[in-house]
Design a protein around this ligand. Structure first.
Ligand SMILES: Cc1cc2nc3c(=O)[nH]c(=O)nc-3n(C[C@H](O)[C@H](O)[C@H](O)COP(=O)(O)O)c2cc1C
Length: 328
């Protein structure tokens, strides 16, 4: 029987399959089901920067009715430190207490420089690691890509300074110089990069002429984009890499590992009924494939298909496309 044990962000996992951040991972009942189904770890649903802001803003309002003594002024100034995403922290404590697998907390942030100390609360609540979900739609034409990347790097570095638990960064695929940016983050150093986040893309209802905000789940073909970038980045960064997007089967998980992923995230497929049943299916498929190929451990094949010869046209980069398109 092959061993699926591995490490991710320095955490020991019984297997590389991680339930990705979503509502299922923040409800203790669902999380226990995922654990029983066999996931190696889970990432809790993100706390949104906006939620933290709201909580703090509410408290400011309450304080504004309470006079202006020096003590109150101090309290106002220090509010972001005193307050916190209390519900999130309580939920995190409950999850940590109720589960045996590693629990990774997640902050959805854009420019939360003043909120970085909340990361410490997350650590105190017992999170085994922290994932920063950088969710930015840079729509200001006056700001160039170097400035955006520098802002993101500053934010990540500031949060990282606050905690001693490992920090991973979940990226969008929209960076112009992704390889360069990934290397900058690796040099901070972050412990892991998660490729990729999927932004909520609003739709338009053509009858009501309103915007429609709906969560859309991934398709198995969505695997191709992170697969390429895991394969490319594997040789360029030292930190761990996790693949997120389009993992719906054992085959997808195997491909992610072959490209060089240290962990394989699964989210949309968890919603297939009964919830979480896909976990068993993926782990059984991975086991059977490793047995068939005589791989005793994940390390025996991880990264075998990573990009070795960047630029020679035989790998994951552009030249292949030219040949393929030329044939059709
Ligand atoms: C219902 C739902 C809620 C999600 N919530 C979060 C979240 O809070 N934080 C986050 O980083 N990603 C969130 N995601 C993104 C997933 O964690 C995952 O990265 C993305 O869906 C791609 O993986 P998949 O193809 O396995 O679904 C959410 C996805 C879904 C479908």
């Amino acid at each position: 029987m092959p061993s699926l044990e591995t490490t991710y962000l320095g955490l020991s996992l019984k297997n590389p399959l991680i339930a990705s951040s979503c509502p299922l991972t923040s409800n203790l009942g669902d999380a226990k089901q995922l654990e029983a189904a066999g996931v190696g770890g889970l990432v809790v649903r993100s706390i949104f920067e906006e939620q933290i802001r709201e909580e703090v803003a509410g408290m400011y309002e309450a304080l504004s009715d309470a006079g202006t003594s020096a003590a109150l002024d101090y309290l106002r100034a220090d509010l972001p430190m005193q307050l916190g995403p209390e519900k999130y922290i309580a939920n995190l404590r409950e999850l940590r207490k109720g589960l045996k697998i590693p629990v990774i907390a997640s902050i959805n942030c854009i420019a939360a420089d003043q909120w970085v100390s909340f990361a410490r609360k997350i650590q105190h609540a017992g999170a085994d690691a922290l994932e920063l979900n950088v969710y930015d739609i840079p729509d200001d034409p006056a700001v160039d890509s170097a400035a955006i990347e520098a802002r993101h790097t500053r934010l990540i570095a500031a949060i990282q300074r606050e905690v001693s638990i490992p920090v991973a960064v979940k990226l969008s695929p929209y960076y112009t110089g992704l390889a360069h940016f990934a290397r900058d983050l690796d040099r901070l150093p972050v412990r892991g990069l998660v490729l990729f986040n999927r932004f909520l893309q609003p739709d338009i209802d053509i009858e009501t002429l309103e915007l429609v905000y709906e969560v859309h789940r991934s398709h198995p073909d969505d695997l191709r984009l992170p697969l390429r970038w895991i394969a490319i980045l594997r040789n360029l960064v030292r930190c761990d890499l996790a693949l997120s997007s389009g993992v719906h089967s054992a085959e997808a998980a195997i491909k992610a590992l072959l490209a060089g992923a240290n962990a394989v995230y699964c989210c949309s497929a968890l919603y297939r009924k009964p919830e979480g049943s896909v976990i068993r299916e993926i782990l059984d498929g991975l086991n059977a494939w490793m047995t068939r190929h005589d791989f005793a451990s994940i390390d025996a094949f991880r990264g075998r298909m990573r990009e070795r010869e960047l630029g020679d046209g035989r790998g994951f980069e552009r030249a292949h496309y030219v040949r393929l398109v030329g044939r059709t």
